[in-house]
Design a protein around this ligand. Structure first.
Ligand code: SAM
Length: 225
């Protein structure tokens, strides 16, 4: 898979995409992630990517020209399955959406910034709008990092034991169960006996029951679905 991310603030993506599992996925070739600096597509001395809004009002707006020129250059090189705009007005991101995107070959993510992006970008270029939740971020970079992380960890070979993905929260409509590691007792808190029993059928049944209990207590809406 290849993911292109277009932003006026590439530095914001360096650490989230340059550490841990995502960094290893890039090194192993499971994913090719390329971050593009919108300012490379400007023509003025100050490398301006924003301007004041027509009609007045507070805040600046991401200009259309650098975005169109960058996206068109990328489109000349490959066909994108989705051109995603990060926006609070988008479809709320969830595991189902991440699963679907992980099956694509080429994704392009546009990071908004400032008060908003020129509406013509959305109209002419974007095929999917995604929000990562009902709150407002400074820019779309962290949203792009969240989407990229959730998608890349689903790609074959990225998570060491791929089976572990299947029991993650939301994959089977449940929250994940509690986990313990050594020592068997810590500060008076004991690991449940069943987990030390070596009886894998009982352990499996305990985990399923705990996942259901946790989901019922915290996210009954998931069970209702
Ligand atoms: N005025 C906009 C509004 O109220 O909907 C918010 C603009 S926000 C300060 C700047 C940029 O951050 C947005 O254009 C978008 O790209 C990104 N952004 C902010 N919140 C987001 C969210 N919840 N999900 C995805 N992107 C978000």
């Amino acid at each position: 898979m290849r993911i292109d991310i277009v932003t006026g603030f590439p530095g914001l993506l360096e650490s989230p995409l340059g550490e841990s599992m995502i960094a290893r996925a890039r090194t192993s070739g499971a994913v090719d992630i390329v971050v593009h600096d919108l300012r490379d597509y400007t023509r003025d001395r100050h490398r301006t990517i924003d301007d004041t809004p027509y009609g007045g009002g507070a805040g600046m707006i991401l200009k259309p020209e650098p975005v169109f020129e960058c996206v068109e250059r990328l489109q000349a090189e490959r066909t994108y399955d989705e051109i995603i705009l990060t926006t609070p007005a988008g479809k709320v991101f969830n595991q189902e959406l991440a699963n679907g995107l992980s099956l694509k070959d080429n994704l392009l993510i546009l990071c908004g910034h400032y008060k908003g992006v020129d509406e013509r970008i959305r109209q002419a270029l974007v095929t999917l709008e995604i929000s990562i939740g009902d709150y407002v971020l400074t820019g779309g970079e962290l949203a792009a990092a969240v989407i990229t992380d959730a998608v890349v960890r689903l790609l074959p070979g990225v998570v060491g034991d791929g089976e572990s993905l299947l029991t993650d929260s939301f994959q089977d409509g449940l929250l994940d169960c509690p986990y313990y590691t050594r020592p068997p007792e810590y500060r008076g808190m004991k690991v449940p006996e069943v987990l030390l029993s070596g009886d894998h059928r009982k352990i499996e049944a305990w985990r399923m029951a705990e996942a259901e209990k946790r989901t019922r207590e915290r996210r009954p809406d998931l069970l209702a679905r």
